[in-house]
Every structure is written in structure tokens, then in C-alpha cells.
Write a protein that binds this ligand. Structure first.
Ligand code: NAP
Length: 287
């Protein structure tokens, strides 16, 4: 129930209509019987500064940030966590007195399904397809895991070089290597962890895959294939990887866990992850 004391949370993005976050967060809030509401906040790029000031003026507790604001919001914040600084993007913002603080919970979200894997990360080779916003969190997460080699593969050499030059953390720059797509046949047989961070294979193009069947056949059978896409599940990419004997992980748990980590920051208490997981499942079935 919305009352005169209801506190505001939300997700700021453009477009934001298809976000799964309101369903997940409001289910958790209802379960905890707290007086909060989590709303979609549709903010065009040119309205970011105005919207941000407005959220402070109406005493918003905190909000998620999604495309296209994850990097643009950085200069507006008073404080940025070291992880968000390393990634160069913020997805969670909260108030601390008069200041706004930002962090990035995509790393925690990405790592969650990998924590219990029986894998020697200190000798693992990570292969990341794509160099967009999500890839940045994945690179930082792989460095945190201890992977000594992190290969990033993309289709545009200039963008790859920009991606490579954009890192300032020595732990990451020492491990990172960038390659054009043609190098995949050489790299795939070495992969311990293969991550798709491109949108290729996402609904409504479920028949597509970033890798050909022939390329996927080069994947070692004990590798972990991780697709950040959460609809459909499994994607073609994961189906082909499973045929190879690889362990398949889809993007749903990352989505749930990045949201749970954000909600924990805002509420300053444990949050019901299973309730959020179920709410996401139901929302995806409705779509
Ligand atoms: P983004 O910033 O737009 O980056 C997309 C990347 O994919 C770019 O490097 C782009 O390269 C590459 N790409 C696009 N089409 C391609 C193609 N046909 N072949 C090869 N590369 C291609 O997007 P993002 O924010 O990183 O998100 C990427 C995906 O991750 C989306 O599917 C998103 O839903 C998913 N995601 C999931 C979660 C989760 O919690 N599960 C969180 C974040 C993102 P070019 O620049 O060369 O086009």
C-alpha cells in the first residue's frame, strides 16, 4: 500500500519499459512489508541532470541506473565506489546525507553463480565476447576471480583498442588482451570460461548465436559457458555449449543478484533473494 510516508526507489533508464527490476524489487518490498515503492523512471539522455536534481529534491532513497546513463551519471555523484571506478560505470545510487554515492552491483551479480563452481580460477582463461557496458563488469569480475588471462573479442578493432586503453587498474591491464573476431578459432580451445556479453541471440532473435556451430565445437567439454542474456533461456549459444558438455549459465541469476545487492544497500538489511528470483520468473513468463 502506498502511504504518505512511502519512500521512493526506482530504475532510471531510456527506454525503461521492458525493465524486470520493478517486478523483482516490489515483490521483495511487499514480502518484507516495508513502506517503499520501486518505479520505472524514464529519463532521456538530455534530461539526466534535471532528473537527477529532481530525485534529490523529492528525497528519493536510491535508484538503479541503466542504459544509457551508466557512465553519464558518474560526474553527478559525490562518491563512487572503487569497483564502479574500476568498471567505469554505476548501476546503483543512494543518498548519504546530502551526497549521492554510486556503485556497480553487476560484478557481484555476475560472480554469484560462479562462486560454488569447482574451478581453479588462478589458472583459468576467460574469453569474453563483446566490449560493451556489461563486458566491463565481466572483465572486472574475472580479474577479481583471479583469472590470469582475460581475452576480450570484438568485431571492431578501433573499439577494441579504445576498450583496452580505457582501463587504469594495473591488475586488469596486466591480464587483459583484446582480439578481433577472426582469432576465435585459436582462442576457444583455451577457454575455461566463455562469456557472451553481446545481445546476439536475445529475444526476438532467439535463433541467432554469436558463435557458429563449428566454432562452438572447439570449446573444451569442461568449460563454463555463460550467457548474460536472460530471455530466451537457454539461448542457442548455451544450447550449443551444453551439447559440447560445457556447464551452461544464463543471465537470470546475475539479474536477480545485482538487484538483490542494490536493494540490500538501500534497505540496509538482508533481502529475500528467492522472492526476487520467483518474481523475475513470473515477469518473464508474462512477457
Ligand atoms: P552494449 O553496451 O550495447 O554492448 C553490446 C556489445 O555487443 C558491443 O560490444 C557490441 O559491439 C557487441 N555486439 C552487438 N551486436 C553484435 C554482433 N552482431 N556481433 C558481435 N558483437 C556484437 O550492451 P550491454 O549493456 O553490454 O549488454 C549486452 C547484453 O548483456 C544484453 O543482451 C543485455 O541484456 C545483457 N545484460 C545482462 C545483464 C544481466 O543482469 N543478466 C546485465 C547487463 C547486460 P559493437 O559496438 O561492435 O556493436
Amino acid at each position: 500500500m502506498i502511504t504518505g510516508k512511502t519512500k521512493l526507489l526506482g530504475v532510471m533508464g531510456y527506454p525503461v519499459e521492458h525493465s524486470m527490476s520493478p517486478a523483482m524489487h516490489n515483490a521483495a518490498i511487499a514480502h518484507l512489508k516495508l513502506d517503499y515503492v520501486y518505479l520505472p523512471l524514464s529519463v532521456k539522455p538530455e534530461a539526466l541532470t534535471t532528473a537527477f536534481a529532481g530525485l534529490a529534491a523529492i528525497n528519493c532513497t536510491g535508484f538503479n541506473v541503466t542504459i544509457p546513463h551508466k557512465q553519464a551519471i558518474l560526474p553527478l555523484l559525490s562518491e563512487i565506489s572503487p569497483v564502479a571506478q574500476a568498471v567505469g560505470a554505476v548501476n546503483t545510487v543512494w543518498r548519504q546525507g546530502d551526497a549521492w554515492v554510486g556503485t556497480n552491483t553487476d560484478i557481484v551479480g555476475f560472480l554469484a553463480p560462479l562462486q560454488d563452481m569447482n574451478c581453479d580460477w588462478n589458472s583459468a582463461v576467460a574469453l569474453i565476447l563483446g566490449y560493451g557496458g556489461a563486458a566491463r563488469a565481466v572483465v572486472a569480475a574475472c580479474a577479481q576471480l583471479g583469472c590470469p588471462t582475460i581475452h576480450v573479442i570484438g568485431r571492431n578493432l578501433q573499439k577494441l583498442q579504445q576498450f583496452s586503453a580505457s582501463w587504469h587498474d594495473a591488475d586488469i591491464t596486466d591480464k587483459l588482451q583484446v582480439h578481433v573476431w577472426d582469432k576465435l578459432p585459436q582462442l576457444i580451445p583455451q577457454a575455461t570460461l566463455l562469456v557472451n556479453t553481446t545481445p546476439v541471440g536475445m529475444h526476438p532473435h532467439a535463433e541467432a548465436s554469436p558463435l557458429s556451430v563449428a566454432e562452438m565445437m572447439l570449446l573444451p567439454p569442461n568449460a563454463i559457458a555463460y550467457d548474460l542474456i536472460y530471455t530466451p533461456s537457454p539461448t542457442q549459444f548455451l544450447q550449443q555449449a551444453e551439447k559440447q558438455g560445457a556447464i551452461a549459465i544464463d543471465g537470470r541469476e546475475m539479474l536477480v543478484q545485482q538487484g538483490a545487492a542494490a536493494l540490500k544497500i538501500w534497505l540496509q538489511q538482508p533481502v529475500p533473494v528467492e522472492v526476487m528470483r520467483r518474481a523475475l520468473q513470473q515477469q518473464l513468463q508474462r512477457e
